[in-house]
Design a binder for this molecule. Structure first.
Ligand code: G1P
Length: 276
């Protein structure tokens, strides 16, 4: 079955990047020449998605404006013969179709994904957290979509991290392994220091069946008093198999000042016009 939707939660407060994100949505911070979230949308499109479902909250309307035609700007660029600039401006609103869903209360990542239920309907969907940017030959979300095409189960992106870092992430315990694919037996959101069962972190890329929605709906608040996406995945594990892909390539953090700076430098070094 072909997947068309990609849910992009973008309703976080951006507390890891204050004061830059006091007013500016963190998703709009530029990475080289485009906002961080545009890199995410481009990855989702490269993974086969055509319909973006972006979950925003009050104050994030600028994200919506970025993916909407701006006729006045286009007219000025056209009149001045700035064809390359015009092409880049038009590119962002022609990438995909967009649905904008509002999360009115900050109840956590699982709740944000649940807000997309009505638009996604009874379809499997991709999910991408735009705090990380995929670099490498095959976009991470595409590697997950390919695994879904064969396994037909929920799919998680997995990465081995040093033991002292695992408590920042959802942690997956795995059993059976087929190359880079691992069958997941247990998931725990942000396990306390020394309590993690493995060094496999769940990174911000997923493929979900629509059954994640009723699972999220039933959840009680978890770590941090929030509805956790990882707890929704644990509920899916009770219903059937879940697989993880230890992906090739890298996910680069753009959600903290240091990560953002390093990512810009890494990408600039490869960019023909920006080499530093
Ligand atoms: C979220 C998820 C967590 C995952 C992480 C990946 O956490 O809840 O399971 O490992 O994204 O970046 P957050 O970074 O929002 O605290």
């Amino acid at each position: 079955m072909r997947i068309l939707h990609c849910v992009i939660p973008a309703a976080g407060l951006g507390t890891r990047f204050l004061p830059a994100t006091k007013v500016l949505p963190k998703e709009m911070l530029p990475v080289l020449d485009r906002p961080a979230i545009q890199w995410g949308v481009e990855e989702a499109v490269a993974a086969g998605a055509q319909k973006m479902v972006v979950v925003i909250n009050a104050g994030k309307e600028m994200i919506q404006a970025h993916f909407t035609p701006q006729p006045q700007l286009e007219a000025v660029l056209e009149a001045r013969g700035k064809t390359e600039e015009l092409r880049s401006v038009r590119a962002s609103d022609h990438l995909a179709s967009f649905d904008w869903v509002h999360q009115d209360e900050p109840h956590g990542l699982g709740h944000a994904v649940l807000c997309a239920a009505e638009v996604v309907g009874d379809n499997p969907f991709l999910c991408l957290l735009p705090d990380d940017l995929s670099v490498g030959a095959t976009p991470v979300l595409r590697q997950l979509h390919e695994a879904f095409g064969q396994l037909h189960t929920p799919i998680l992106a997995l990465k081995r991290v040093p033991k002292e870092q695992i408590s920042r992430y959802g942690c997956a315990t795995v059993a059976e392994t087929r190359g880079r694919w691992h069958r997941v037996t247990r998931v725990v959101e942000k396990p306390g220091a020394g309590k993690a069962e493995s060094d496999l972190a769940i990174m911000g890329r997923y493929v979900f069946p629509s059954s994640i929605f009723p699972a999220l709906q039933r959840l009680k608040p978890g770590v941090g008093g929030e509805i956790q996406l990882t707890d929704g995945i644990a509920a899916l594990l009770a219903e059937g198999e879940v697989w993880g892909v230890e992906f090739e390539g890298e996910l680069l953090d753009v959600g903290t000042p240091l990560g953002w700076l390093e990512t810009n430098l890494r990408l600039a070094a490869k960019h023909p016009k920006l080499m530093v």
